[in-house]
Design a protein around this ligand. Structure first.
Ligand code: PEP
Ligand code: MN
Length: 337
């Protein structure tokens, strides 16, 4: 951290800042300039807020040198480069396809989808049992029954299941069924949920908050890692912008940037990222070209009859076609499907 003193800040203010640095367990090294003084702070600055120094008299500005996330950073040995979900590895040579309906609706729907997406090349089955809905009167998901149906679909197909958990109190229940727990965009900064997920062993699919910066997203991952769970996979799912043409703006630059910042695998959800099934194939190709470690896709037998998100869901046939379409793109960037 670098603390820049104001022009003409008197020596007692500088001394007070140096003392505060020592109070924080860090060492001040002051550079006496001709115009102003600068205090270089030596030590691990990440556990100290910049505010701690910004409030001191005579301080003009405080700048961090290190990224605020420690375990998530590429500089750390802690964050996993690959994450295992059942016998599926995310972050390796194979790009992983996760497919399934927005929400589990019935045994027939989830089992038929699971069979079809497995045959087409999906390695993990997705499906919401607990649904975060904007409107409290909207369908909230089949909840525990949905988890049971997902488990039946896994028993029928062998596909590990990924499903969302919304509250710390549900983590134990959802983890007792799911192979991977999803944190939805609306909960990316539900810190109590993140901590709870950090204290259990199942891997976590951490979706990007729709209004979260890359740094906030990586700090959310840090919450989980810092509690001991190293199995975090990031998922870009589009952010809110001024654009109304698509449901969200799929920020693929954030995928490339995240890959530079962290060894954690990064997946992309082009279904929520666009909100339109006709845009999903193009954005799936683009995501893999940008370095995504896999795709999360909404697929159901009959999108026109889906209870939720049918407009952005692929039919099982469309999913099979998409797999054929993305395979050469994956191969072009050294990946398999
Ligand atoms: C979902 O994947 O079902 C979902 C609700 O996604 P998001 O949290 O990205 O909106
Ligand atoms: Mn959905």
């Amino acid at each position: 951290m670098i603390i820049v003193m104001k022009l003409g800040a008197p020596p007692d203010q500088l001394a007070a800042v140096e003392e505060r640095v020592r109070q924080a367990g860090l060492a001040p090294h002051t550079i006496h300039g001709t115009e102003r003084n600068v205090v270089a702070v030596v030590g691990d600055e990440r556990e100290v807020d910049t505010d701690f120094f910004e409030v001191c008299a005579g301080v003009e500005k405080v700048m961090r040198v290190l990224a605020p996330y420690k375990l998530t950073s590429r500089e750390s040995q802690v964050a996993a480069a690959t994450v295992r979900v059942g016998d599926v590895e995310i972050g390796g040579k194979a790009a992983v396809l996760v497919a399934g309906p927005c929400t589990v609706e019935s045994r027939d729907q989830i089992v038929a989808t699971a069979r079809a997406v497995k045959a087409a090349g999906a390695k993990l089955l997705r499906g919401g049992a607990f649904k975060p809905r904007t409107n409290p009167y909207s369908f909230q998901g089949l909840q525990k029954e949905g988890l049971e149906l997902l488990a039946e679909a896994r028993a029928e197909t062998g596909l590990p299941i990924v499903t969302e958990v919304m509250t710390p109190g549900d983590v134990e229940l959802v983890a007792s069924y799911a192979d991977m727990l999803q944190v939805g965009t609306r909960n990316m900064q539900n810190f109590l949920l993140l901590k709870e997920l950090g204290q259990q062993k199942k891997p976590v699919l951490l979706k990007r908050g729709m209004a979260a910066t890359l740094e906030e997203w990586l700090l959310a991952a840090e919450y989980i890692l810092s509690q001991g769970n190293r199995g975090v996979v990031l998922c870009e799912r589009g952010i809110r912008t001024f654009e109304t043409h698509n449901r969200n703006t799929l920020a693929l630059a954030a995928v490339a940037a995240a890959k530079l910042e962290t060894p954690l695998p990064v997946m992309v959800d082009p279904s929520h990222g666009t909100g339109r099934s006709d845009l999903v194939p193009a954005m799936s190709r683009a995501a893999l070209a940008a370095g995504a470690d896999g795709l999360v896709l909404e697929v159901c037998p009959d999108p026109a009859k889906a209870v939720l998100d049918g407009h952005q869901s692929l039919s099982c046939e469309q999913f099979a076609a998409l797999v054929r379409e993305v395979a050469p793109v994956a191969a072009a960037v050294g990946r398999t499907i």
